[in-house]
Design a protein around this ligand. Structure first.
Ligand code: ADP
Length: 255
């Protein structure tokens, strides 16, 4: 596991609260995300995860408190190419959707350079590199709709990587992805964090999912009531016991 530089924060939230009308959705959140971290943000539905993400990205202003991205006030932050975003539910393409894998990933470059900018060889190289990172290079010319949910999700990671971001946020990325593909997907995130030194923020209700590679875990239920190492999280939730039990059962079945 590579080291995290704790002096180097990409995201800094201080005493952040947020209300929708009279409903207090987030209360007094203090959260730093360090360069090189792989942070899992977990919480049940309605706990405020998506709201927190929108605040971190500067899409919603906090009702009180301060938000900094790369040391700047989030609402003034302009260099969006430093931030990658993989949304949930991208698996709705039908088999006839007329875009290839390469075209879908290229869209990540257009966002940076403007839609009518001509495609340069450099863009194609970046697309190829991003697809290699997610082990999908051999699918470059396939139609996106012909791929499985797990493969489509990898392509969407490649699209987020193509601007060479320093941090990537994933919002419930494994919705609609089957169990086997999900485990591989989490392995991939860990690899990107380690090999590319990419800072990864995984937002999910899947507590076991974060166990696959997160370095730290933050738990949200309107407040941030836990933020520590993965090891502490597994102990606190007794998830370590469950995972060991599952591993024993699997080992038993394979005997
Ligand atoms: P999560 O992502 O953890 O499911 P959300 O951040 O989406 O949680 O929602 C937190 C709470 O805020 C929920 O009670 C939800 O109903 C409420 N909420 C979300 N978006 C809005 C909105 N646009 N207007 C009013 N209430 C909202």
């Amino acid at each position: 596991m590579h080291r995290v530089n704790h002096a180097d924060n990409i995201v800094e939230l201080k005493n952040v609260s947020f209300n929708y009308g009279n409903d207090r959705v987030l209360k007094d959140i203090n959260l730093n995300i360090h360069r090189g971290d792989y942070l899992g943000i977990v919480g049940t539905n309605g706990s405020g995860k998506t709201t927190l993400l929108k605040i971190i990205l500067g899409l919603l202003p906090p009702s009180s408190g301060s938000v900094k991205l790369f040391g700047q006030d989030a609402k003034n932050f302009k260099d969006r190419s430093k931030i990658g975003y993989v949304p949930q539910k991208v698996t709705n393409f039908d088999a006839n959707f007329p875009a290839t894998v390469e075209e879908v990933v290229l869209m990540g470059r257009y966002a940076r350079r403007g839609l009518f900018h001509s495609i340069k060889e450099g863009d194609r190289k970046r697309v190829r590199f991003a697809l290699e990172q997610v082990e999908m290079a051999s699918y470059e010319n396939r139609l996106i709709g012909e791929l499985s949910g797990g493969q489509q999700q990898r392509v969407f990671i490649a699209r987020a990587l193509v601007t060479e971001p320093e941090i990537v946020f994933l919002d419930e990325p494994t919705t609609g992805v089957d169990k086997g593909a999900r485990d591989e997907f989490y392995q991939l995130l860990k690899k990107l964090n380690e090999d590319l030194k990419l800072t990864v923020v995984l937002i999910t209700h899947d507590m076991e999912g974060v166990a696959y590679g997160a370095m730290h875990v933050a738990c949200v239920d309107h407040t941030l009531f836990f933020h520590s190492s993965l090891e502490e999280f597994l102990k606190e939730t007794k998830l370590n016991e469950k995972l060991e039990r599952d591993a024993r059962i699997i080992a038993h079945h394979h005997q």
